[in-house]
Design a protein around this ligand. Structure first.
Ligand SMILES: [Zn+2]
Ligand SMILES: [Zn+2]
Length: 497
C-alpha cells in the first residue's frame, strides 16, 4: 500500500505513482474529524473499536474503509516507525531488535520493505502497513438486569482481595494480587468484573497461556451468563466479536489498541522475562490511557517481591488456601550424584525408598525432572517397580491423555518436566523433585511445583520432597516464601491451627 497526501487526507494508491509514499515515510498522518452526517457502518464500528488491524484482517472492501477514514471514523497509524537513530521499531509488538527485522521485495509498495518477524504470526507488519482503528463512538452493549449469577462464597482472604480489586477497577489503579497456589483467585475477580461492567467499563483478562483461556471461559460464562464474552486465542472463532468482557492470550492483545478500561493480567510470571517484555508491551497498549491494571500471580519475581517489601508496589496477599490448611513445606533431601546413578541404571537409594513407600500406600505422585533425557532414563527404573508409571513433557502428543489417566487414577506415578508445574490439579498427591539444584528450577518454578500438593479440601496435606545434589539459593528462597505465606496466613487468622 502507498499513499499520497491530497486535501489533507491520505489517499491509497495501487501503484508506485509519482510522489506516493509508504505510510512509514509520511511525516504526518492527517486525521479528519468524524462527520456527524455520515452514516457509518455499525459492523465496522463493532469490528474496529479498540483495535489495530491490518487490511487483511478486515472483511470489508478497501473503498469502504477509506470512505470511513475520509469521514473521520477510521484511523490509520504507522505499523513501523523509526527511532531517533533511524532504526525501525514495530509499533504493534514493540520490537526494536535489529535481528527481528527482515527485508523482502514487497508487492504492495513495490519496494524493498522492512517487516517485523517477531509478531509475524499475527499478520505481517511492514513499512507500508497501516494499523487500522476506530475513531467514532463506541458500540453500546446493553446491560442485563442481573450481571453476576455466581452464588458461591469467598474465604476471608479472598474477600479482602476481592474488595481491593473492586476498588482498583473503579479508581483506575494498579494492583497486584499475590495469591498462593490453590487460593481460588478466579472467584476473587468476580466482584471486580461485575463493578466494571456495571459502570460500562470494558474489561479484559489476559494470560500468556491458551490452556488458561480455555479453562476460564466456561467458568466466566456461567458466572456472567447474560454478558457477551469474547474468548481469544490462536485459532479461536471469536476474533471479530465485540464484547464488554474479553478473555485473551497476551498474544491476542496485539490486535487491540487503547481498548480496555480494566485489564487483568493473570500469571504474569509464567514466561521468561524476554517474552514477558513483549507481552507487557501488548498489555500496556491494549489499555486505555486511563484504566486499571490488576496483576495476579502466585509467584512474583524477585524484583516485584522487593517492590512489595519496600512499599513501591501496591499489593494484597492471599496467603492461605480456601480450605484453611497451610501449604505443604518442601523437605530438602540430599541424594548425591543422581545423574551418575541413573547412568548406571540405578535410582539413588533415598529416591527409591520414597517411591517404594508411595507404592505400598498406593499414593499417587508427581515426580519432576529437570530434563527430558534424564526423565527418560529414570522411566524404566520406576516402571520396573510400578508398571502404572508414565512420563510427560511439552512435546508429548499424549500429554492431555496422560493427565486425564492420572486424574482417573490409572497412573500411579507420573514423571514430568516443568510442563506440569502449574495449571494441573490432582486431588491427593505427593510431589518429588529429582535434581532440585538444576537451574531450570527457579524459586517461582519450585513454589508452583510444591503448590501441586494438598489442593483439595478432602486431602489438604501432601508431602513435597526436593531431592538435590547441593542446595541452591532458589530452593532456599522457595521454601522461605512458602513458610512466610503460612506464617502470614496464621497471623491473619486464615489458617486453622
Ligand atoms: Zn511494502
Ligand atoms: Zn512486531
Amino acid at each position: 500500500m502507498r499513499f499520497i497526501l491530497f486535501h489533507n487526507k491520505l489517499i491509497p494508491q495501487k501503484t508506485n505513482t509519482n510522489g506516493s509514499k509508504r505510510i512509514s515515510q509520511m511525516d504526518l498522518i492527517p486525521q479528519p474529524q468524524p462527520n456527524p452526517n455520515y452514516p457509518f457502518n455499525p459492523k465496522l464500528q463493532l469490528l474496529l473499536s479498540g483495535k489495530q488491524l491490518l487490511f487483511d484482517d478486515i472483511p470489508f472492501p478497501l473503498e469502504e474503509i477509506q470512505e470511513h477514514y475520509e469521514n473521520g471514523y477510521v484511523t490509520y497509524r504507522k505499523g513501523i516507525k523509526y527511532t531517533a537513530g533511524k532504526k525501525p521499531y514495530c509499533v504493534r509488538c514493540g520490537n526494536k531488535k535489529p535481528y527481528w527485522f527482515a527485508v523482502y521485495p514487497c508487492a504492495r509498495c513495490q519496494e524493498a520493505c522492512i517487516y517485523c518477524r517477531r509478531c509475524l504470526m499475527m499478520g505481517r507488519i511492514s513499512e507500508c502497513t497501516p494499523l487500522i482503528g476506530w475513531n467514532g463512538p463506541m458500540p453500546d452493549a446493553p446491560l442485563p438486569s442481573k450481571i453476576l449469577a455466581w452464588q458461591g462464597s469467598l474465604s476471608q482472604g479472598q474477600l479482602e482481595a476481592s474488595k481491593r480489586v473492586v476498588e482498583a477497577i473503579l479508581q483506575n489503579k494498579e494492583w497486584l494480587i499475590w495469591a498462593v497456589c490453590g487460593a481460588g483467585k478466579t472467584e476473587v475477580l468476580f466482584a471486580g468484573i461485575e463493578a466494571a461492567l456495571a459502570t460500562k467499563k470494558r474489561i479484559c483478562i489476559a494470560t500468556p497461556r491458551t490452556d488458561v483461556v480455555l479453562e476460564l471461559t466456561p467458568r466466566l460464562k456461567s458466572a456472567f451468563p447474560d454478558i457477551p464474552i469474547a474468548s481469544l486465542y490462536g485459532g479461536s472463532e471469536d476474533r471479530h466479536v465485540f464484547a464488554p468482557l474479553t478473555i485473551a492470550t497476551t498474544h491476542q492483545l496485539l490486535r487491540f489498541y487503547q481498548a480496555f478500561d480494566a485489564m487483568i493480567l493473570d500469571e504474569v510470571d509464567a514466561f521468561p522475562y524476554t517474552v514477558e517484555e513483549a507481552l507487557q508491551h501488548a498489555a500496556v497498549q491494549a489499555r486505555k490511557l486511563t484504566s486499571s491494571m490488576i496483576y495476579l500471580t502466585a509467584t512474583p519475581n524477585e524484583k516485584w517481591q522487593r517492590e512489595c517489601r519496600t512499599g513501591k508496589r501496591a499489593f494484597t496477599t492471599i496467603p492461605a488456601r480456601y480450605h484453611r490448611h497451610p501449604l505443604s513445606v518442601p523437605e530438602f533431601v540430599w541424594c548425591g550424584n543422581w545423574k551418575k546413578s541413573l547412568r548406571k541404571g540405578k535410582l539413588p537409594e533415598n529416591v527409591l525408598c520414597w517411591i517404594k513407600t508411595r507404592l505400598q500406600n498406593n499414593k499417587q505422585s508427581l515426580l519432576f525432572f529437570p530434563h527430558i533425557s534424564l526423565m527418560e532414563e529414570a522411566l524404566p527404573l520406576v516402571k520396573k517397580l510400578a508398571p502404572a508409571t508414565e512420563a510427560v513433557h511439552a512435546e508429548d502428543p499424549c500429554r492431555k491423555d496422560k493427565v486425564q489417566r492420572m486424574r482417573k487414577k490409572e497412573i500411579l506415578f507420573l514423571l514430568t518436566t516443568t510442563i506440569l508445574e502449574r495449571g494441573v490439579t490432582f486431588p491427593n498427591i505427593d510431589v518429588a523433585v529429582i535434581g532440585a539444584e538444576d537451574l531450570i528450577f527457579t524459586e517461582s518454578a519450585l513454589v508452583q511445583i510444591a503448590g501441586r500438593a494438598g489442593r483439595s479440601k478432602e486431602y489438604p496435606k501432601g508431602v513435597v520432597t526436593f531431592f538435590h545434589y547441593g542446595k541452591t539459593n532458589e530452593m532456599i528462597k522457595a521454601k522461605r516464601q512458602i513458610v512466610s505465606m503460612n506464617r502470614e496466613g496464621i497471623a491473619r487468622g486464615l489458617i486453622d491451627v
